[in-house]
Design a protein around this ligand. Structure first.
Ligand code: SAM
Length: 472
C-alpha cells in the first residue's frame, strides 16, 4: 500500500516533506494499528519506485534517514514526551486529534533529543504541519501548547524517584510500568537502568562476512567508504556508519549478511558440521539458517521450516544472494512438517517466536504492545515447538532452543517444563566447549537480548506429553 503524503501546497502551510511524511507514518501506525517496521519497510520500497505524484519524491537518502529517526524517536520516547507535554495542554492529549498529538510529539522530540534542531524551528514546523492537515484553530492550539512549554522556567517534575522508583524509571526511560516493575524485581537497580537505557539507544548494525565468498581484506574493501567497521570476531564486524551498506559490493555480491552479535550464539552452540542433517524449525527470515549453512561450508543438508511463506521468501532471496545451496525452505507449521520418514536429524534449532523483550531497541513500537498476560500463551507455544523439534532429533543428536526474550517464563521455565516432561532429553554439557546455557541482556552484554539452551537426546522411548493444541 502506498503512503500518500499530503502536500502542503494550497494549505498556506510551509511544512517540509520529511516532517510531513513522519507525521503521516505516525498517524497511520496508530490508525491502522500496524507495526512501524512494516510501514517503514514499505517506505523504502515506495521511494525506490515511481513516486512522481508524491511530495516524498523530493526526499533523498538523508531525508529518509531523518524521517526514520523522527518516527522511531517519537515512538520510543512517547511516554516521556507526553509527560513533558501534559502540563502545557489544557485539553488531555488523548482528546486531541492524532495529527495534533503527533505534531506536538514531533516538536518535543526534536527539541529534547535532537541537538541540531533549535526550539524555534521545532515549534514552527509543528504549527506548519498542523496547518497542513487541520483547520487554523488546531494550528493555533499547537502553537499555544508549545509556546507554553518553551517559556516554562521550572524543571520537569518527574515522578519521585525515592517514593515511586518504578513510575519514575518508566517515565524517564519511556517504558511501560509493568515491565519496569518486572525487571526491577529480577535485577539490581543499576542493571535494570542499564537495560532501559540500552533499549533507547540506536541499534547497531552487525555485518557478518560470508567466508565462502570473501576473505577479510576483500570484504573490508567492498564495504562503503567510511563505514568504520570494528571487527568483533573472525567474521563479525560492527558497522558504525551503515549508510550505503545495502548497496555496497560487500552486500550485493553476497559477501555479507546482517546478524546481531548475540543472535549468533545459538548457532555457535549448535555447531553444525559438514555432512550433517539439520532442521531449523522457525527459520525465517533466516539469519541463523544462513549462519548454520555457512558453518557447514554449504555442505550440510538444512531444512528451513517456517509457517510464514512471506518471511520464507526473504530467506530464499538471501540464500540466492549469498550463493548458498544447502538450505531447503519448507513452508509449514513446525508441528506438522511434511517430512515423511526423513526424520532423525543430527542438529535441530528451535528459535521460537516470543515476546521479543530482548530486541526493543530494534523495534521502537514493540514495548507498547506487550502484555504480561501474553507470556503464558507464548510459553505454551514454545513448549509445543520444542517437543516437535525434539521428535525429529536422532539419538545422540543436539537441539538448541532459543528466543530473543528476556523473560524466564519463555526461557528457563520452558526448558524446565520440557525436561520434566521428556525423559529422553538432557542438558548437553559436553558436545562443545561452549556452555549449554546462554543469556545476553542489553546494557550488560554486547548486542541484543538473546537466550539459548543446548539439549541432547540420550534415548528414544517415543514418549511425548499431549499438549492440547487449542491452548497454543
Ligand atoms: C524468532 S523468529 C525466527 C528467526 C529466525 N530463526 C532467524 O534467525 O532469522 C520466529 C519465527 O517463527 C515462525 N513461527 C511461528 N510459529 C510457528 C510455527 N508454529 N511453526 C513454524 N514457524 C513458526 C514465525 O513466522 C517467525 O518467522
Amino acid at each position: 500500500m502506498r503512503t500518500h503524503v499530503k502536500s502542503s501546497a494550497g494549505t498556506g502551510s510551509s511544512a517540509d516533506p520529511a516532517r510531513t511524511l513522519a507525521l503521516t507514518l505516525l498517524c497511520r501506525a496508530e490508525s491502522e494499528n500496524r507495526p512501524l517496521d512494516e510501514l517503514i519497510g514499505e517506505l523504502a520500497v515506495e521511494t525506490a519506485g515511481d513516486i512522481d505524484a508524491d511530495p516524498a519524491r523530493d526526499l533523498d537518502g538523508r531525508d529518509l534517514r531523518f524521517v526514520r529517526q523522527l518516527v522511531a524517536g517519537v515512538t520510543k520516547w512517547r511516554l516521556h514526551i507526553d509527560w513533558i507535554l501534559r502540563p502545557h495542554s489544557k485539553r488531555p492529549l488523548p482528546e486531541l486529534t492524532a495529527t495534533v498529538r503527533h505534531a506536538l510529539r514531533l516538536a518535543v522530540f526534536q527539541m529534547r533529543w535532537l541537538d541540531r534542531v533549535p526550539a524555534r524551528a521545532a515549534v514552527h514546523s509543528a504549527v506548519e504541519l498542523t496547518k497542513c492537515f487541520e483547520h487554523r484553530g488546531a494550528a493555533s492550539y499547537a502553537n499555544a501548547v508549545l509556546r507554553n512549554l518553551t517559556r516554562a522556567d521550572e524543571p520537569i517534575a518527574y515522578p519521585d524517584r525515592e517514593t515511586n522508583l518504578a513510575h519514575h524509571l518508566s517515565v524517564v526511560h519511556s517504558h511501560p510500568r509493568w515491565l519496569v516493575e518486572r525487571w526491577l524485581s529480577r535485577w539490581e537497580l543499576p542493571q535494570t537502568e542499564a537495560l532501559l537505557r540500552a533499549n533507547n539507544e540506536h541499534p547497531l548494525l552487525y555485518a557478518r562476512r560470508n567466508p565462502l565468498r570473501a576473505g577479510h581484506d576483500e570484504f573490508l574493501r567492498n564495504l562503503p567508504a567510511g563505514a568504520h567497521p570494528r571487527q568483533v570476531d573472525e567474521t563479525t564486524y560492527e558497522v558504525s556508519a551503515p549508510e550505503g551498506f545495502f548497496q555496497s559490493p560487500a552486500f550485493v555480491k553476497g559477501q555479507a549478511y546482517v546478524q546481531d552479535v548475540a543472535a549468533s550464539e545459538p548457532v555457535r552452540m549448535l555447531a553444525p558440521a559438514i555432512g550433517e542433517r539439520c532442521l531449523d524449525l522457525c527459520a525465517a527470515p533466516g539469519g541463523k539458517a544462513i549462519q548454520a549453512a555457512i558453518a557447514g561450508k554449504d555442505e550440510i543438508e538444512l531444512i528451513a521450516v517456517d509457517r510464514s511463506p512471506q518471511r520464507l521468501r526473504l530467506l530464499r532471496q538471501s540464500t540466492q544472494r549469498l550463493g548458498l545451496s544447502s538450505i531447503r525452505c519448507v513452508a509449514s507449521d513446525g508441528d506438522e512438517i511434511p517430512l515423511g520418514q526423513r526424520t532423525g536429524f543430527d542438529r535441530v534449532l528451535v528459535d521460537a517466536p516470543c515476546s521479543g523483550t530482548g530486541v526493543f531497541r530494534r523495534h521502537p513500537d514493540a514495548r507498547w504492545n506487550k502484555r504480561a498476560e501474553d507470556l503464558p500463551r507464548h510459553a505454551k507455544r514454545q513448549l509445543q515447538l520444542l517437543h516437535s523439534g525434539f521428535r525429529h532429533l536422532r539419538v545422540g543428536g543436539v537441539l538448541v532452543y532459543s528466543t530473543c526474550s528476556l523473560e524466564m517464563e519463555e526461557n528457563d521455565q520452558v526448558v524446565e517444563s520440557f525436561l520434566a516432561q521428556q525423559p529422553d532429553a538432557r542438558l548437553d554439557e559436553d558436545t562443545s566447549d561452549r556452555p549449554p546455557r546462554f543469556q545476553s541482556v542489553p546494557g550488560r552484554d554486547e548486542g541484543d537480548g538473546s537466550f539459548a539452551v543446548r539439549l541432547k537426546k540420550v534415548a528414544d522411548h517415543g514418549e511425548e506429553p499431549q499438549i492440547p493444541r487449542e491452548a497454543v
